[in-house]
Ligand binder design. Structure first.
Ligand SMILES: [Zn+2]
Length: 217
């Protein structure tokens, strides 16, 4: 078995088919840029959530949150540094709780994945489907579009956060309600000192003034 296939098998077993796509999305999205450890946690948590919610008819156990159970089960038998603080008592307690709820703790433990499995899955198994997109992003035009999209999203977020922050300051009486918010990312051309909008600059493949000058000269 190719390592990484476990992800597909587990997704199928627990009827969480979209989970594989989610891993790919989270891994390739450069804004969120999830680490393999994050993805491992996410995956295992989703598996446990689904088992628990099937077994407890949607009830969410306050004392045994799925992420905590995932952590403890992963710690079982592991000597990795990140599990150093976990005691065997905690692990046993979590396993007992699962068994009390008629969940096979050992089976569940062996169904959880390591970050290496996640890595193998993303690189070996999903590589072929993701490569087309990746190639497209590597052309100059693809890259230009990608950067523009990313910066434009970021600007909208900055705008929203700023607006919210200012409004909260107005209602707290810190600043008066007499402003007109104008946020724009600008870039300065070092050839002609002209300032222009950042996105415009990228869209125009550089400084428009300098380009016009060059064409005239
Ligand atoms: Zn210029």
């Amino acid at each position: 078995m190719v390592e990484g296939q476990k992800i597909q098998q587990i997704c199928k077993k627990y009827s969480l088919e979209s989970l594989g796509d989610e891993l790919v999305e989270k891994w390739t999205d450069e804004e969120t840029a999830k680490s393999l450890h994050d993805l491992e946690k996410y995956f295992n948590q989703k598996i446990i959530e689904s088992v628990i919610s099937d077994q407890l008819q949607g009830l969410v156990p306050q004392d045994h949150p799925p992420d905590q159970i995932a952590y403890l089960l992963r710690a079982d038998g592991s000597n990795a540094e990140r599990f150093e603080e976990v005691s065997q008592v905690e692990i046993t307690e979590a396993k007992n709780w699962l068994e009390e709820n008629e969940i096979d703790a050992d089976e569940l433990t062996s169904d959880l994945v390591s970050y290496n499995t996640v890595y193998q899955y993303l690189t070996n198994i999903r590589d072929t489907t993701a490569s087309g997109k990746q190639r497209q992003a590597q052309t100059p035009e693809g890259r230009q579009k990608k950067v523009m999209d990313r910066l434009s999203n970021l600007q909208q977020r900055v705008q929203a956060v700023t607006k919210q922050g200012l409004e909260s300051l107005v209602s707290a009486g810190v600043i008066p309600d007499s402003y007109d918010l104008q946020l724009e990312f600008r870039i300065e051309c070092t050839e002609c000192d002209r300032r222009q909008g950042l996105i415009e600059y990228i869209r125009n493949n550089g400084c428009t003034a300098c380009k016009t000058n060059k064409q005239q000269g």
